[in-house]
Structures are given as C-alpha cells and as structure tokens.
Design a protein around this ligand. Structure first.
Ligand SMILES: Cc1ncc(COP(=O)(O)O)c(C=O)c1O
Length: 345
C-alpha cells in the first residue's frame, strides 16, 4: 500500500467497523485462543451461526459460514456444479463470477442486464428465456450488483424464483446496506432451493476478518454436509462479527452518510460533460466517461493520491467505479474530478 493513498477502488468500507469490534480485540480472553469452540456441545456450529439463525428465524443447520462471500459462492459451486453443467450469471458482474464455473469444469451462460440512461435493470424476460433454453444447474443473482450498483426489485425476484423453482438460485447480497432479515426469511420459507449469501466485508466494514454466511431454503442438505466444519471457526472473528451485529446504530449512521454522498456524486459529476453516473444501491457508483479522458484522469487522480477503479472489461471499458469513502474523502475526490474537468476545458 502506498503511503497516504486514498483507496476507493475495492469496495471496502473506509469508515471502519463499529467501536465495539475494536473493544472485542482489546478485551479478548487470550486463553480462549488455544481451544476449539464448545458450541458443538449445544448441537450448533458456532456462536455466530447460532446468532445469525436467530436473527433470520431459521434453524441453525440452515446457516453456513465461510471465509467471506467469495468462499461461500465457491463452495456452493463446488458442491452442486458438475463438469459441463451451466452456471447463469449477469453479463455485467463481479469478475470472479466469470471464473468460478471454470474451477469445476462447468460453463457460464450470461444473461443480459438492461442499460438505461442512469440505471441498470434486471431483464427478467431475457433471463427466463435463457433459463428455458440453457437449463442451468445454478443461477446467480447479485443484488445490488457489482459493478452496476442496481438491485433486482422484489417483484422481479419473485417472478424469477417462481419460474425456476427446481433450480438452485444464489442471491448474492454482499452489498446489501441494511441488516434486514424479514423478507429473506419469507423467501427462504417459500423457495426451498434459494440460498442467500451475505458478508461482513461491506456494510459491517470487516473485509479483513473474512467472514461471510449463507442462509438456505429447505433443500440444501448436500450443502449443509459440504460446508460442515466439525472443529468450529475463528473464535475471535466470530466475536467481532457479533459485536458488529450488536451495533445497528453505528452502521445505520454510516449508511445514511453514504446515501447523502451518493447524491453528491450524482449531482456534481452528472453536471460535467464527460461523466454519466449510474444510480446505485451499494457502497460504490459506476460512472461512464468519455474514453478519451480515461488515461489522463487516472494519472491526474493518482498524482493526488486518489485511487479509483478504471474498468477494463470489454463490456465496460469506458467506465470507472468509485467506492464511497468517508465524507471527507468523497469531497476530495469530487473536487479533484471537477478540477480535472475545468482544466481540460
Ligand atoms: C458481488 C460480490 N460478491 C461477493 C464478494 C466477496 O466478498 P467477501 O468475500 O469479502 O465477503 C464481492 C467482493 O467484492 C462482490 O463484489
């Protein structure tokens, strides 16, 4: 990491976790580090899976823990996708989605998203047409999606789940910026082959702790066996995660600051000629730029120690993705981009 560089390029949460998370580290009972968890004596995997099960009002056996959402997506694919089986993913998506089927000799089928003027949309008709045609083993839906920032509406999600009932649907909610359980509980009780993946990396600002979880519909006995870990998980990380879950006020404040700053980016950057900002439900925004300014803008920002992500994928190569930083960092970035635009004119 370069000194004083402001990193707004990897969708981390620069506010950092709730103070209670640091308190766990300061006051940790270090003697516990030598011992496996005793949670299994109560018939559960860990104190964290137990807590998540309580929050979502489902049996603990329907919660899987992993090293981040990345690990859980990988485990789901390893468990259910055989060689030559198909995985359906959005055409604009997190780069890892495009690699994951290949890890087991499977194949990708990409369904389109609709690109509107200032927003991307899920195209349910196109998705379901492709589903009928390709008969995938697993469908990934990312909501909010990375890097487009759009979510699937609850009605559209229902339509997809109703029409694909016998297929495993993975709803990746890594970027959900609230800690809402009720609608997930309703979906999981209705759709047996739905699994919802979440993480502590984004909303809870604990990317370095590497914890994600999957909450499952009723037909995931194979995944339950596959993800089982008889000796438990990282005891310290679990306690930090629970401290985060117990700090809703801190995280709601952060989320509302981020919402304010999204408005700042929409207003300020959309007023510039070479920039078009897409609406986002996540902690980042996608911006389409005039391709001619890509290289000079990158150099201009790096000289000011501001690192954002310039997309290189074929379908999005005149776009950049800005991870929202703190309010101070966001103001600096907006001012720097405005300065760049004024110099260029
Ligand atoms: C859409 C999406 N899902 C999942 C992840 C994985 O997050 P983690 O493994 O930190 O939980 C990422 C990481 O950026 C992501 O963009």
């Amino acid at each position: 990491m370069s000194e004083n560089m402001i990193y707004l390029d990897r969708n981390e949460n620069n506010y950092g976790p709730a103070p209670a998370c640091y308190e766990v580290l300061k006051t940790a009972d270090l003697t516990l580090l030598s011992w496996y968890t005793k949670a299994f004596e109560r018939g559960v995997k860990s104190i964290l899976s137990e807590r998540i099960a309580k929050d979502f009002e489902i049996e603990e056996s329907r919660v899987a823990l992993g090293y981040g959402a990345e690990d859980l997506l990988k485990q789901i694919v390893q468990c259910y996708l055989g060689a030559d089986d198909k995985l359906m993913i959005p055409s604009y998506s997190w780069w890892y989605y495009k690699k994951i089927a290949d890890e087991v000799g499977g194949k990708n089928v990409e369904y389109p998203l609709i690109k509107g003027k200032n927003e991307f949309y899920y195209d349910v008709d196109a998705l379901l047409k492709l589903y009928e045609q390709e008969k995938p083993k697993i469908i990934f839906i990312s909501s909010p999606n990375n890097p487009t920032g759009n979510s699937i509406s609850k009605d559209d999600l229902h339509l997809v789940l109703e029409a694909t009932k016998n297929t495993i649907v993975v709803l990746d909610e890594a970027y959900v910026f609230e800690d809402d359980h009720k609608y997930v509980n309703n979906l999981l009780n209705k759709f047996d082959r739905l699994v919802v993946v979440r993480t502590f990396s984004k909303y809870f600002a604990l990317a370095g702790v590497r914890i994600g979880y999957a909450v499952q519909g009723k037909e995931f006995s194979e995944l339950t066996k596959f993800t089982q870990r008889y000796l438990g998980f990282n005891r310290l990380s679990e306690e930090i995660a629970i401290a985060a879950l117990n700090s809703p006020k801190y995280y709601k404040d952060v989320a509302s600051k981020m919402n304010e700053d999204k408005e700042l980016f929409y207003k300020e950057l959309n007023a510039l000629d070479d920039f078009n900002v897409f609406k986002s439900d996540a902690n980042f925004i996608l911006v389409e730029i005039n391709p001619e300014i890509k290289k000079p803008l990158k150099e201009f920002l790096l000289a000011r120690k501001l690192s954002i992500k310039f997309m290189n994928e074929e379908v999005l190569n005149s776009h950049l993705r800005i991870t929202l930083g703190t309010q101070e960092q966001n103001k600096l970035l907006v001012e720097a981009i405005k300065e760049f635009a004024s110099v260029k004119i």
